[in-house]
Design a protein around this ligand. Structure first.
Ligand SMILES: *Cc1c(COP(=O)(O)O)cnc(C)c1O
Length: 383
């Protein structure tokens, strides 16, 4: 049984009006993909990221898989990815037979290490994937310059990055592609699962609609651009239900409200734990000057793994759930067989063993935030 005063690490964003939109969607004639609310979601994103095409998908994982299909990734092709990320970032390309070349992260941004990236680009490289961890990012200018120099497509795994900006441009507007997630752990959610593909390179738009519609030109047919609807390429079913779009849309309309509540909590943590940085050598998130982030994650980096694990156990005793994050993919059972890495990836290994994330979600109350703050401080007091 869950104790009454339990504070979970995450709860899905709930504004309260989603149910009205879902009921409206259910009352409409068309419930399958690209209906009324999905068109509104697409329009919202195409406005948010100018000159893009937006296509909602059942998950960010599937949006990533679409990019691998669109880039015609073949067995033996190399794709460069930071090891400190979610499985799907790499798995989407492994499904097409790619060999993943893992690189390290930077200890400040926790995003791709640009020097490693330079080092591993080869004749076999077919794509670069950057991951906007915690809604922050690497030096995108440098990555985009490398992409141009080597004529390599960039995919932004922007799963965590809605309403985050680099030099005042939204993350997701830099690469040939960007993928967003609306999983219940993300800042906004389409009823628990969902994602979206952004296509910034217009040469991929036509084929993306075909791949998303099971390899058919159904989309062009419905738009009156062809008089036949037939099988013309490989593809899959990458359309979510209208209900997912209806759950998401009201949250997009209130995105700034959601983000600012998260910032209140994030800033409360940041200022309360400054003292831990000074007295206990704990690292706090560092946000570069060029970045405006979305308060997706608040983390502490403990002095070592055993302290991190003691902290999680201590908080658990106080009915507060705190969690670590990615285990390095290059050291996973599967990763060891299907990837290579440029070097030791020491920052990935260190961060993975010492980072802990604190409860942070839109509906978290001030009282609960205060309890997390006090329990965290008291843990370090008794260390
Ligand atoms: C959440 C997440 C994903 C996967 O998103 P789904 O919508 O659950 O498929 C991929 N990459 C990163 C970095 C994520 O945080």
């Amino acid at each position: 049984m869950i104790a009454k005063n339990f504070i979970s690490f995450n709860m899905a964003t709930n504004l309260g009006n989603e149910i009205k939109y879902i009921a409206k969607a259910l009352s409409m004639d068309k419930l399958s993909g690209d209906g009324h609310y999905m068109k509104l979601v697409h329009r919202w994103f195409e406005n948010y990221i100018p000159n893009s095409r937006a296509l909602m998908t059942p998950s960010c994982t599937q949006a990533l898989e679409m990019t691998a299909l669109l880039l015609n990734i073949q067995p033996g092709d190399e794709v460069i990815i930071p090891s400190y990320t979610f499985v799907s970032t790499a798995n989407a390309f492994v499904l097409r037979g790619a060999k993943i070349v893992f690189v390290d992260i930077n200890p400040d941004t926790l995003c791709i290490n640009e020097d490693d990236l330079v080092r591993v680009i080869s004749q076999k490289t077919k794509a670069i994937v950057v991951v906007h961890y915690a809604g922050a990012c690497c030096n995108m200018d440098r990555v985009m310059a490398l992409s141009k120099e080597h004529n390599l497509p960039v995919i932004e795994d922007a799963a965590q990055a809605i309403n985050s900006y680099y030099k005042d441009k939204p993350l997701g507007s830099f690469g040939d592609f960007a993928t967003f997630s609306f999983h219940e752990t993300k800042n906004v959610t389409s009823g628990g699962e969902g994602g979206l593909l952004i296509i910034n390179n217009s040469s991929f738009i036509e084929r993306s609609e075909i791949i998303r519609e099971k390899g058919t030109n159904r989309s062009a047919f419905f738009n009156g651009m062809t008089d036949k609807y037939t099988w013309i390429d490989i593809g899959s079913s990458y359309l979510p239900s209208e209900i997912q779009a209806a759950a998401l849309y009201p949250q997009l309309l209130e995105l700034n409200k959601v983000t600012s509540r998260r910032h209140e909590i994030w800033s409360r943590y940041r200022s309360s734990f400054q003292i831990l940085a000074l007295k206990h050598n704990i690292s706090l998130p560092i946000i570069g000057d060029a970045v405006r982030h979305n308060a997706h994650i608040f983390y502490l980096i403990c002095t070592d793994e055993s302290q991190r694990n003691r902290f999680i156990a201590y908080m658990k005793c106080a009915s507060i759930q705190t969690v670590f994050h990615y285990l390095p993919l290059h050291l996973s059972n599967f990763g060891l067989l299907h990837s290579s890495s440029c070097c030791e990836l020491q920052h990935t290994v260190d961060i993975s063993s010492s980072l802990v994330r604190l409860p942070l979600y839109y509906n978290l109350s001030d009282n609960d935030v205060e309890r997390v703050v006090q329990c965290t401080l008291s843990f370090f007091d008794q260390e």
